[in-house]
Structure formats: C-alpha cells, structure tokens
Design a protein around this ligand. Structure first.
Ligand code: ZN
Length: 426
C-alpha cells in the first residue's frame, strides 16, 4: 500500500492540545504514525508532502446536514422540485462540503427520502466526490405540527412524513431503515416557522419518540430530534435519542439530564439560521431583523446562549453546523459556526475546533476511530495555510485549504512545491 508522509506540519490533533511540529504518515485508509517533525520516525514513504509548518487538522463534520438544501427560502423549494433534479442538488451539496474541508456529514433530513442515501452510495463507490455521509431521510412529524402544511380545504404535501401513534411511527421508521437511511429525524417540538406550534410546544408524544428509538436501534440506526422545548428535550433523553438538535429552552433538571447522558448523546445548536435572521443576513429574502423580531428569534437566541453555554461548561459534546443550504447560508460555509460557538457560547478557538473535528468524528463513528490525528485513526485531514487558532475564518477561504484528505485519499492537493534556493545564486 502506498505510504504518504505529510512532513513538518503544525499538527492540531483534535484533542484540544496545542499544535506541535509533527510528521504524519498515512498508509491506505489510516494514519499509521504521528512523530516529532524531522525525527525520522516515518521513513519509507513513497511520497512526501512538505507542509512547511502549516496547520494540519482533522477533517470537519457538519453535525446536522441537509445535503439537498440549496438556495432554500421556503419549504416550497423543498416540495416542488422533482426528485431527479434534487439528486443533483444533493450531489452538489456533498461536493461543496468536502471542498470546504468537511470530510463527514452527520445527516438531519432531506427534501425527499432517499437523496442522501443515493449520494452516500455514489460517494462510497468512488464515482462522485463527497464526504463520509450518515444519510438522513424525511422529517418524521405528527398531524398539525411542523411540516404539516395541509388543511382540510387545501390539502398539500409538506416536507415531512406524518405519523400519529406508536404503530404509525414504527412503520415509518422501519420504512426509512428499509430504504437505507442511517439517521432517523423526529420533529419532537414546535418551531417558529409554524405559528400554531411555536418552539416551546411539544406536539410529538413520548410513546411515539420511544417507539422510534426502539425501532431504529433494533436496525442499528440512530435517532436525532428537532427539539426546542424543555418537555421535548427531556422526553428525548428519557427515550434514548442519540442526537438533539437546537435545544434552546432548558431548566436545571434538563441540564442535569443532558449532563448525565453526555457520553451517549451529541447536541447540535444550529445557531447560524437564527443568527442570520436576527442580524439581517436574510433580509434580502424578506426575513429582515424586524420580521425575525416578530417571530421571536432574538428571544430564542437568548435561550440558546443560556442553554449551550451551560452545556459547554458541563462537558456535553457539541457539534457545529446545521441548517445550511438556505439562500443566506450556502453549503460549504458551515465553518462560520466556529466563530458562532466562540461568540455565543464562550468556546475558545481550540475548543470550537474540537467540536468541529473530534466530536463530529465520534458522532459518525462511535468506536472513536475518526476525528483526531493519531496513529490508527482513519485519515481525514485538512492542511490550512495560516494559523486557524488565531483566525478560524481562514477555514472559510477555499484558497487557504491546501490539502484535503478523506479516508487516506487526497481529495485536493494544492500544496505549492517547496521553494528551491538557486544553486548558483549570486
Ligand atoms: Zn435542520
């Protein structure tokens, strides 16, 4: 097997410790050794890439991916396009993410059931570029809640599949499993985009959540939940949900429950959507800061800050990303969340990078073989031209991402040839 040495890098290994000068040897899909730069611990490489002291970090994980979302401004953009067109959309989403240094996508939901599964299979077969993908399917919701856009006088297919009662839930989850979905997504709480069930309400019943978890786990799949309400998040923890999305509202009991479950759950705040709405980033599409105010977005951000700052302090594993693919948040700009995590939740740059890398890797591969740079780990890495800890926004500039490695293969290699000193310089 070919051995590639990335020599003389400033290695941020994803554990949070300070970068060190190191040589990283990759063979096949894995990192075989990490040694002090120039120590010769990694001789015998077929190819050496001189990192020239640049910043080498693990590949990032989008923690709540919607691959098929592109330029979305309303649910209409998810419902109306044909599935055939949306396959291309989802493939473009996958491409944009890996080009941006996201070597993994932990899926939330898609515009149609099998979009992410189809793209995942093509990527895994090596036929199109893209990250590792845990495929999401449809949102599973209940009558009258988020995603149900029908009325008796005006029937309409929404972006979710609707179930009522545990038996219908069991059927929906089994159907998702049959169709190749890795990550089941439940709409447990309400949402500010659905005024009859705002974010603090909990339309889905505990028995429905519990049935979804029991069924999905029996098939070896994961369950993630859209949950903004206190009751919804408590029900998710009690029922054994694996990933909790949003989680703005909390009380002391919920924080205690989440802390007690921290070794088995991941939490994704998905703050960028509300940040854009409240700060005018979505104004050109009609969601001005004033509209966001009527929708109660600033108050939700306040709750998000309180809850997720507390969860950070309690050591709960956060992931970055979520709800990108809107007109104001293109796929591939998910590294904005690193700045959001620092600004809103009090993370240091290094800690936010751990969320982006090691925590994401644990969500993708609970066995712990992804998301850090160490001997034996799967080789997903990004070489950045500049000090990411001093300026995380460097990750948003594709020209600064010189090397993108996924599963040991070079997706991108733009490392300049070493500068040579002319032999006969005068
Ligand atoms: Zn979402």
């Amino acid at each position: 097997m070919a051995r590639t040495l990335i020599a003389n890098a400033s290695v941020f290994d994803g554990t949070g410790k300070a970068p060190f000068a190191g040589d990283v040897l990759v063979e096949g899909h894995r990192i075989v050794s990490v040694s002090a730069a120039g120590s010769g611990g990694a001789s015998g490489a077929d190819r050496t890439i001189d990192a020239a002291g640049r910043f080498l970090m693990p590949g990032m994980t989008e923690g709540h991916g919607h691959l098929s979302f592109e330029n979305v401004t309303a649910t209409e953009n998810l419902i109306t396009p044909t599935p055939e067109a949306q396959v291309f959309t989802a493939a473009r989403g996958a491409r944009a993410l890996i080009d941006a240094g996201f070597t993994s996508v932990y899926g939330a939901s898609e515009a149609k059931l099998r979009l992410a599964a189809a793209v995942r299979d093509e990527v895994n077969a090596g036929r199109i570029p893209g990250p590792r993908i845990r495929a999401g399917g449809l949102e599973i919701s209940v009558t009258g809640a988020m995603g149900d856009e029908s009325r008796d006088h005006n029937p309409r297919v929404g972006p979710s599949t609707l179930v009522d009662g545990p038996e219908e839930m069991r059927k929906a989850v089994r159907w998702h499993c049959r169709e190749g979905i890795d990550n089941i997504k439940l709409d447990v709480s309400g949402d500010p985009f659905y005024p009859s069930t705002p974010g603090h309400t909990t339309p889905m019943a505990y028995e429905e959540i519990e049935m979804a978890v029991r069924t999905a786990h029996a098939y070896g799949r994961k369950v993630n939940a859209h949950t903004r309400s206190i009751q919804g998040s408590k029900d998710c923890i009690r029922a054994g949900v694996d990933g909790l999305f949003h989680c703005e509202f909390s009380d002391e009991e919920l924080l205690d429950m989440m802390e007690a479950a921290k070794d088995r759950i991941v939490v994704v705040p998905t703050i960028d959507l509300f940040h854009q709405m409240a700060s005018g980033g979505a104004a050109q599409w009609g969601i001005t800061a004033e509209v966001a105010g009527w929708m109660g977005i600033p108050a939700l951000i306040e709750e998000s800050v309180k809850t997720h700052t507390a969860l950070r302090q309690r050591g709960v594993r956060h992931l970055i990303g979520g709800d990108y693919g809107f007109a104001w948040s293109a796929q591939g700009t998910q590294a904005r969340d690193i700045g959001h995590f620092m600004h809103y939740y009090g993370y240091s740059a290094a800690e936010a990078l751990v969320c982006a890398t090691a925590n994401g890797g644990r969500a993708m591969r609970p066995e712990g073989e992804l998301g850090t740079i160490a001997a034996g780990q799967l080789a997903d890495m990004v070489l950045v031209d500049g000090d990411v800890l001093a300026d995380p926004a460097l990750l948003l500039d594709p020209s600064k991402l010189l090397l993108i490695v996924k599963d040991g293969a070079l997706h991108k290699d733009a490392v300049p040839a070493p500068t040579r000193t002319p032999e006969y310089a005068q």
